[in-house]
Each structure stands twice: as C-alpha cells, then as structure tokens.
Design a protein around this ligand. Structure first.
Ligand code: PLP
Length: 388
C-alpha cells in the first residue's frame, strides 16, 4: 500500500498515549495517579443525560441538518448573547462532533503549501499537527512563563508575513492554563487592522473556566474582527461531556457554506440525541457547572502550592482551564525524562511539555481534573522521589 505523503506529517496527542500506558500499568496492579488527561473528572449532569434519553425515546433517530438542528443553533446564539454579549445569527453557527472538528475545518480551509499558519507554542498539539498535514508552514508563537503564559501581541504581529493566512489564539489555554489579558488582545486586534487578509481562529473551549474574578475576554467582542474570526467552543469541558462529541463554531458568513460542506463530506451531522442534550446543557440549570468550576479553583490553589514545594519545580498560578504547567529546569532533567520517570517509577501520569511544542522544554503539564487527595498524593510522591 502506498499512503499519501501527508499522512506522515500528521502528529498526535500524547495525552491519549500516556492515558493508554497509565491504564495498562494500573491493570497490572500498579498504583497510578492520572494527572495526564484533560477531561473533567465529573459525570455529565443528570438532567443533560435525561434530555438525550428523552430524545431517543421521542424518536430523534435520523440524520439532522449538517450544520445542526435549528433549536440547538438558537440555543448557542442565546448563549453567545448571554455570556459574550454578542449577537450571532444561528445561520453562522455550525454544530460539530467536538471542538476539535472546528479546528480541523478552519485549518483545512486555509492550509496549503506555500502559506503560513501561526499557532501558540506550547499549545494544543493538534494545531501544529493539522497545519503540517495541510502542507502549510507552522509558525509558532512563543508563550512566556513570566507573562503568565500569554503571548506578546507585538511579537505576534511581527511574525506576520504576506504568506500568513490564519492565526490561532487559545485563551484560557491548554497546556499552560494561561489567560491572555484583555489589554494584550486589544493590542493584537488593533495591530491586526494592518493585516486585513489574516483570518483568526479563537479557541475558547475553556471560556467558562476563568478564575480570580477575571472575566473571560473573548475575541468575539471585537466587531472589527467579526468578518474574519472563527470561534471554537463546545460542551466537552464546560459540561463534562468529552465523550459525547459536541462542539460549535461561529463562522464568518462566507465560510459557513464551506464548513457545512466539510461536515457533509465527513460526519454528515452530529448524533441527533447528543444535539438535544446540548440544548438542555445550555438552557437548563447551570449550578453543576458552577460547582465544577469552584472545585477546579480549589484544586488549582492546592496544586500550585504543592508543585512549588517540590525541589526544582516553579509554578505560576494558572488563570484558567484545569492545567498547571510548572517549570522543572531545576530538577536537572528534561521534560520527557521526568514524564517517563514519574510514570514508571512513581506512578504519576503527567505530560512532557515538549508534547506541546519546542517551547515546552523545561516544563510538564499537570491536569488538576482530579481530587484534592489525588493531587496531594501525587505531589507527595514526586517530592519524595526528588529527594525532599
Ligand atoms: N481545544 C483545546 C485547547 C483543547 O484542550 C481541546 C481538548 O483537549 C479541544 C480544543 C478539543 O475539544 P473536544 O474534545 O471538544 O474536541
């Protein structure tokens, strides 16, 4: 068999590989604490589950429109109004099986040999993987620990060339938990006015997980960007629905047709019952979300304190999501060495910073979507292992 050359350019997401190895070790009887995978450790709230069951009982068994059922797109539009203060026509919303699919569509739409796509580094590994797959050149935007892992707008703008087609922004971010301050977004948007041909993909999948009373700053709040901004959001993280596969994109009007066509050529539509569950999630009670976010916030305080007590570790307080990204240079080990050692010798699954790009060397990612006890036990094991 002769595969297309592009297949060799596809990367992967190490979190899934580490999860598989951690599960195997646990099955062999090892005590493993998994702080590797990025998904809430809560079940989907029961009223959302019931809405899906009811949809199945009510006979929602067939294909739906490729861009999603209208009541769901209307619910998303209402959510955009409520939480981001922006008016979006349901016609610009495309429902997809997970946030990742909006990412795939946007990168596939703009990427081809000879063009450049900018993405955050350290960042979600699929950005770079998909950019490479299209043949476009991935241009990393460095995120800085001393800025709380935000980018510098000036640095971003300086990297734009006549070949730049798409800029990817992610705040709050995976893997750092970093939040880009509104002032930095202001500077970015102002600077982008000089580059009207550059489209922007704003991955705001962690928008509901912002801490310290700082409201989420969304790029959708800038009307001057609306005609070239793609918003990525979804249900996976906010409603503990990672396995349901449900996300939404808000597209500039001329791109909706292309996104819909990509949907028709790949998945046809999202599972119908899941879409009805999505309506219940957005329009039903939000107390479960508030409880989850409050729990993440408590764990955030615990993990930052615990990590800073490990010799050789230094951890800034993440402003959002459920990740901590400590600097581990003081341990004298590479990120990959530390990931391997902690998994095999200590029984703690974390992810090497290098899985998120070249600027991830010297860091590791902890997901704190785990109980306070698990976090304390994991950090205790690491502290003892590193000799404190
Ligand atoms: N964007 C970021 C930054 C993520 O961390 C993730 C999942 O980890 C996604 C998108 C994809 O989310 P989904 O599971 O809805 O495809």
């Amino acid at each position: 068999m002769q595969l297309a050359a592009a297949m060799a350019r596809l990367g992967t997401e190490s979190a899934f590989e580490v999860l598989a190895r951690a599960t195997r070790l646990a099955q062999e009887g090892r005590s493993i604490i998994n702080l590797g995978i990025g998904q809430p450790d809560f079940p989907t709230p029961p009223h959302i589950v019931e809405a899906a069951v009811k949809a199945l009982r009510d006979g929602h068994h067939g294909y739906t429109p490729a861009n999603g059922i209208l009541p769901l797109r209307e619910a998303v539009a209402a959510d955009m109004r409520l939480r981001r203060g922006v008016e979006v026509s349901p016609e610009r919303i495309v429902i997809v099986p997970g946030g990742k699919v909006t990412m795939f569509m946007a990168i596939a739409m703009f990427g081809e040999p000879g063009v450049e796509i900018m993405y955050p580094d350290p960042g979600f590994p699929i950005y770079r993987s998909l950019i490479q797959w299209t043949g476009a050149e991935p241009v990393p935007i460095a995120l800085h620990e001393d800025k709380g892992f935000a980018f510098s707008a000036l640095e971003v703008l300086n990297k734009i060339t006549p070949r730049t087609r798409l800029l990817i922004v992610n705040s709050p971010a995976n893997p750092t938990g970093g939040v880009v301050p509104k002032a930095e977004l202001d500077r970015l948007v102002e600077g982008l006015l000089d580059y009207p041909e550059v489209a922007v993909l704003s991955d705001e999948i962690y928008a509901r997980m912002c801490y310290d009373g700082v409201p989420h700053a969304s790029l959708t709040a800038y009307p001057e960007l609306e005609h070239r901004l793609i918003l990525l959001d979804g249900w996976s993280k906010t409603y503990a629905m990672t396995g349901w596969r449900l996300g939404w994109g808000v597209w500039p009007e001329p791109l909706v047709e292309h996104a819909t066509r990509l949907a028709i050529n790949t998945h046809s539509c999202v599972n119908a019952a899941t879409q009805w569950a999505g309506i219940e999630a957005l329009t039903g009670p939000q107390d479960a979300v508030e409880r989850m976010v409050a729990a993440f916030d408590r764990r955030r305080q615990v993990i930052v304190e615990e990590l800073n007590a490990i010799p050789g570790f230094r951890c800034v307080r993440p402003g959002g999501a459920f990740y901590a990204f400590p600097n581990i240079e003081g341990t004298g080990k590479t990120s990959r060495q530390l990931q391997e050692e902690l998994l095999t010798e200590v029984g703690v699954a974390i992810i090497s910073g290098t899985s998120f790009g070249i600027h991830g060397e010297g860091y590791v990612r902890f997901s704190y979507a785990a109980s306070v006890e698990a976090i304390q036990e994991a950090c205790g094991r690491i502290r003892r292992h590193l000799g404190a």
